[in-house]
Design a protein around this ligand. Structure first.
Ligand SMILES: Nc1ncnc2c1ncn2[C@@H]1O[C@H](COP(=O)(O)OP(=O)(O)O)[C@@H](O)[C@H]1O
Ligand SMILES: [Mg+2]
Length: 139
């Protein structure tokens, strides 16, 4: 299934992600594709809001994974920007996180494409202009 959405502002991206969060189940993996500044982290904010997580959502640039616990499902938010091989990926705990019943969301999924489960929800965000984004969801 392929779904396309045009977001006109940051809030649109958040509410689109929020609606997508309704279809998530334990073990879901969402992979985000797109350049720096397209809105990947804002998309994760929407997922977190939709799952009723109350805390802050920030880019896990330095720690590679942020855990958002206590919502309807636990969320594990990865930044794969600096992951360059299988050893790196194993050491982040990525595979264990997928098995433990939460939702795994990855930014810079380009770097781990070979390690995405077959039923991964792929979200590609592209910049149209300063405030508009095209969001394509494939699952
Ligand atoms: N339609 C939009 N959707 C999401 N972010 C947008 C949109 N329009 C402008 N922005 C801005 O783009 C930036 C996206 O930042 P961020 O979510 O951190 O991107 P990424 O994680 O992809 O690097 C923010 O400054 C946000 O305000
Ligand atoms: Mg980001």
């Amino acid at each position: 299934m392929r779904e396309e959405f045009v977001s006109n502002c940051e809030k649109d991206t958040i509410s689109f992600a929020k609606s997508l969060s309704k279809s998530l189940t334990p073990g879901s993996v969402i992979s985000l594709f797109g350049d720096l500044g397209v809105g990947k982290t804002h998309f994760v904010k929407g997922i977190a809001e939709g799952l009723e997580y109350r805390g802050d959502v920030t880019s896990p640039t330095f720690n590679i994974v942020n855990e958002y616990l206590g919502g309807k499902l636990n969320i594990y938010h990865f930044d794969m920007y600096r992951i360059t091989g299988w050893d790196d990926l194993y050491s982040t705990g990525y595979f264990e996180y997928i098995e433990n019943g939460g939702v795994v969301i990855t930014e810079w999924s380009e770097n781990i494409e070979g390690a995405l489960p077959a039923d991964t929800i792929k979200v590609t965000i592209t910049r149209i202009d300063d405030t508009k984004r095209k969001i394509v969801v494939e699952r």
